[in-house]
Ligand binder design. Structure first.
Ligand SMILES: O=C(CO)COP(=O)(O)O
Length: 251
């Protein structure tokens, strides 16, 4: 049985004061042994604060981006080993906002994925199609290409040590969630594609759904056979919403 994982992607939100209230609520409500599987991905400057509040709880944490380089003259970049210094277990790579707004292509996403794993982090590999791509009927081709870029560098073995997050770009921050059936169809496609390479990896891979997940729709999405939790944006900033979504993943 795959364990469901729910991760909050705070994006560029938060302040020391706001984070303290949110994190303390999460520890109080979710930080018990029985409620593992909840992760917070915070902006870099707040990782020390997240580490200090979440240490000793069952909540894990991570970052939203990482350099493809291990160290060196790369002004403004943050390496995977730096994230480990702040207790991160996870890092998001290939989020559609980074692909669309910061020019990250499939090759750079694959390089970041490999750098994260080389240091011991678990990547959340985000894949997903735009509305134009969906309407043009190329959803599977786009996601296949995004997966192939990572497979070419890290192999199916690398994918087996990661989490995949299917995030249709048209559903992110729009309030337009993919229907459970639409999401399930893509999740099943991802699992079937990877099963051709390794049945065991495909069967045990956690594939999250992301895009306007809320407390109100989480249970229905997570009930789909190939949806193993979620990557949550806006709703992860609201303690009651995120707590309810984490509970929905626990069944
Ligand atoms: O991009 C997302 C998570 O990475 C989803 O964002 P929203 O939940 O705000 O739609």
């Amino acid at each position: 049985m795959r364990k469901k994982l729910v991760a909050g992607n705070w994006k560029m939100h938060g302040s020391l004061a706001e984070n303290k209230v949110l994190l303390e609520a999460l520890v109080l409500e979710l930080g018990q042994a029985s409620t593992a599987g909840c992760i917070v991905c915070a902006p870099f400057p707040y990782l020390a604060q997240v580490q200090s509040v979440l240490s000793g709880s069952t909540l894990a944490w991570g970052a939203q981006n990482v350099s493809n380089h291990a160290k060196g003259a790369y002004t403004g970049e943050v390496s995977a080993s730096m994230l480990l210094d702040f207790g991160c277990s996870y890092v998001i790579v290939g989020h559609s906002e980074r692909r669309a707004l910061y020019g990250e292509d499939d090759a750079s996403v694959a390089a970041k994925f490999a750098a994260a794993q080389a240091a011991g982090l678990i990547p959340f590999l985000c894949v997903g199609e735009t509305l134009e791509e969906r309407e043009a009927g190329v959803t599977e081709a786009v996601i296949g290409r995004q997966l192939d870029a990572v497979l070419a560098v890290s192999g199916i073995e690398g994918i087996g040590r990661a989490v995949v997050a299917y995030e249709p770009v048209w559903a992110i921050g729009t309030g337009k969630t993919a229907s459970p059936q639409q999401a399930q169809a893509v999740h099943a496609f991802i699992r079937a594609k990877l099963a051709v390479l390794d049945k065991n990896v495909a069967a045990s891979l956690v594939i999250q759904y992301g895009g306007s997940v809320k407390a109100a729709n989480a249970a229905e999405l997570f009930a789909q056979p190939d949806i193993d939790g979620g990557l949550i944006g806006g709703a992860s900033l609201v303690a009651d919403e995120f707590i309810a979504i984490c509970r929905a993943a626990q069944g």
